[in-house]
Design a binder for this molecule. Structure first.
Ligand code: NAI
Length: 355
């Protein structure tokens, strides 16, 4: 089915979507800029083996919009953007990332790039050869972004437990983590230290065995995570894992994780609520990395992990409180609040400037 790109942009309120192609490196990518009314569009570069161009474009739109929601709720002076790159056999990664760097530089600071799935320090270093508008990798950069994300997700779990039970009481909790990557592993480490019973899945067998042995985790086979009875289901792999079938089986009281867009569709927020499951949206709790990366760029120093945890904890608690008062789902309330802030920013808009 064709994507009517201008209609999709109008529906989501996008400023700009670029299709990027480079014959020499085999680069095929989309760059979405959702909102620059309060400052640059912040967002990572995702490299993934998309099935086709349509899936890549739709992911670009979804992810850049979610970045705007994240920035608005976290109070960051900037909006959302995203690059998605199609990972294909003929791609020359080093040349492709350098090409992206040149294209980002030409945007003059409207878009500021960071890491994402498939793009870590090595890839950002290639981008940095060509542009200033990228989070510097390594010691010159904003520091551990996955730790910042993990801290925000943990703060969300605390807020949700307090909302439901009035206390955290970690030693009697069970948390299921789907995906023990950079963020999932950090969350597991933090929870194990608090005495939580952590059950985890991970697609990469070697990684799973390393983390399992070190933290003494219980392992659940792939695809069976939702069947485990637990306090919190914490999706930290890819998006789209919560849909009609998995939500029917989900045996958790709370969903709070790092994965972007874990709901296959917005209406699944309502389905979770109908099943009595408290859902804290991804863009509320996984903003730690963008807070750190964006504020490093804007202020020249990274925001501390403690500050990030406290800020996200406050926002999450506020959304949960409003949702309870209105008898509405936190997903609906969070989206409405984010959109309200974006509308206000746009009505007060000044054009974004580079640093
Ligand atoms: P990562 O790539 O380091 O980890 C993801 C892990 O999930 C990998 O180890 C992978 O093998 C595993 N995995 C993939 N599919 C799986 C499945 N079906 N079942 C179980 N495991 C599976 O990524 P990272 O950085 O830990 O991010 C996790 C999620 O959080 C991603 O969706 C990412 O977009 C999102 N996120 C990450 C941020 C960050 O600071 N790293 C910031 C905001 C969102």
């Amino acid at each position: 089915m064709a994507v009517h790109i201008l209609d999709a942009m109008a529906r989501g309120g996008f400023e700009e979507v670029l299709a990027l192609y480079d014959e020499r490196s085999g680069l095929r990518a989309f760059l979405g800029i959702h909102d620059t009314s309060a400052g640059p569009a912040f967002g990572g570069i995702r490299r993934f083996a998309y099935r086709d161009e349509r899936s890549a474009l739709l992911d670009c739109l979804r992810l850049s919009l979610a970045m705007s929601h994240k920035c608005a709720l976290a109070g960051i002076a900037g909006g959302g953007g995203k690059i998605v790159m199609m990972d294909r056999g003929d791609l020359d990664p080093a040349q492709a990332y350098r090409h992206l760097g040149r294209r980002i530089e030409r945007l003059g600071g409207r878009y500021y790039a960071g890491p994402d799935v498939g793009s870590g320090d090595r890839e950002l270093a290639w981008v940095q050869e060509e542009t200033r508008h990228v989070a510097p990798p390594g010691a010159d950069g904003p520091g551990d972004l996955a730790a910042a994300t993990g801290a925000g997700v943990f703060a969300g779990m605390r807020a949700a437990l307090r909302q439901l039970d009035g206390e955290e009481d970690w030693p009697r909790r069970t948390v299921v983590i789907q995906g023990l990557g950079r963020v999932g592993e950090r969350i597991a480490r933090c929870l194990v230290a608090l005495g939580v019973h952590v059950v985890a899945s991970e697609r990469d067998g070697e990684r799973l065995e390393r983390v399992r042995a070190e933290l003494d985790l219980e392992v659940v086979p792939l695809g069976e995570e939702v069947d485990v009875s637990c306090d919190v289901f914490c999706p930290c792999a890819m998006g789209g894992t919560l849909h009609d079938l998995t939500i029917q089986r989900l045996a958790a009281r709370i969903v709070c994780g790092a994965a972007n867009n874990p709901l296959a569709h917005r209406r699944h927020g309502e389905l979770l609520r109908a099943r009595g499951i408290l859902y804290l949206p991804d863009f509320v709790v996984n903003a730690g990395a963008v807070i750190r990366g964006a504020e490093f760029h804007l202020n020249g120093s990274p925001t501390s992990i403690e500050t990030i945890e406290a800020r996200i904890g406050d926002v999450a608690a506020g959304i949960l409180r409003m949702a309870a008062e209105e008898d509405a789902s936190p997903a609906v309330v969070a989206l409405r609040e984010a959109e309200r802030r974006i509308r206000r920013r746009r009505s007060e808009a000044r054009p974004a400037r580079s640093r």
